[in-house]
Design a protein around this ligand. Sequence first.
Ligand SMILES: [Fe+2]
Length: 550
Amino acid sequence: MRVLGINAIFHDPAAALVVDGRVVAAAEEERFSRRKHGKRPVPFSAWELPELAAAWCLASADVDVDSLDAVAYSFDPGLCGDAADLGLADPWDWLRVDYARRAPQFLAAALPGLDPDKVRFVPHHVAHAASAGLAAPPAGDDTAVLVLDGRGEVASHLAGVYRDGRLTPLRSQQLPHSLGLLYEDLTRHLGFLHSSDEYKVMALASYGTPKHLDALRELVRATDDGGFRVEPVDWASLAKAVAPGAEPGEEHADLAASVQRRLEEVVLDLARWLHDASDGAGTLAMAGGVALNCVANARIAAEGPYRDVWVQPAAGDAGTALGAALHVAGELGDRSVPMTGADLGRGWSDEELEAELRRAALPYTRPASIAAEAARVLADNGVVAWYQGRSEYGPRALGHRSLLAHPGDRDTTRRMNDVKGREQFRPIAPMVRAERFADLFEGTYPSPYMLFVHRVKPAWRDRIPAVTHVDGTARVQTVHPDTEPLVAELLAEFERHTGLPVVVNTSLNTAGRPMVDTPREAMELFGSAPVDLLALGPFAVHRRALGGAR
Ligand SMILES: [Fe+2]
């Protein structure tokens, strides 16, 4: 079966193509449109579809529109109620629902040849659940699934269990109670862009003290039946609002720390309830925007009752395109094939990359090993733009569209944040050879998608200061040679030079822009930032060859 998944309703519009239960292509519209998050999550934009991503998914797999068995749309307007009844203060919510109802016609216009009757609505949180429960590695037993979101049609959360590829929902929490919307409100209060910058709040939280935890425990609490309550929070009584663009202060870090800590406590309660309700499922799979909170995820892994915790790398709404497609493929009789990597986006052949370099008239070489070449530059404290293979699905760079640097230099954090033009309180993260993980870090292993934080062992904190956050943690990506051979080779080469099995890895973009997707965008970034080496597939472009400073 051939099923195209579409996420379009709120933000992070994306498309995914599932063929015979396997995800063969998935991409976010922002990588094509160059508009971060694709669009703002307002009702007026709900009609906009991931047209470019959808067309690319089909073309990349050589699938014609008329040969699709179904199109899975990750929102079901038939489930929606009146916004006021849900406690949502959005007078235009009806417009979003109306656009969703007309999605089959919009899709038929965007994808000429599509029969609108092939479009199936998938409940938003069923799509999130499938992106976790059906895409996770095989567990050997039941997989509990926890969706923690801002909002879907009428709920903000889903707890259930997958048995033999079928979801049994056990509990959902109705709106307006929402852990995701709580965090979004805080994000807005702290002067950041809500539905976008929540990860900055999580980073800020590690600088604060949870002084308001008692007050938040009154307002935000799990209930005995697997749900939760979120009462309205008077944010201004806890810390004054930060104007957009202004620097948050100590009181704001304390507020962020308080909400973050309370969130962790409540999601732990929800995870424990689900473990009991699922008769002790061994694996927990998670999705929904809140599942991008790697500090909370780490606590669930460390303190929760599960043997394994797996988080969908595209845990935000983009992942619902993949989940909706897997869900419908299952309904049509296909068994889903677990994901083995997030590199589901666009890629270019070596010949195409070389043609791009020639067109740009850049001096390039083709070294015997691009991994060894990059490791030499990194060992010399250079910065490397690392562009390899297919681009990542989801918000994290995982060694395909990455900016790499030396972890042993305390100044690396400042340099990287300068290259990217972003706030200095933002941590940068390490990638580590899987076989060396336990020597350096404590916590969840493997962690191929950077969705958990780990404690850096004391003996290593001074050796890798650039990736050790102020609270002694790091957000680690483990790299296994079977799944990421080229990055594993780079890490091995870097360790040979420096004795450090770790490299700084951050996304290949500048602040406020989506990650680089095309070779041309990689060259543009290289030309506009103090990057020493562009490793474009097997080709090397050195800044010094351009007459640059290094
Ligand atoms: Fe969602």
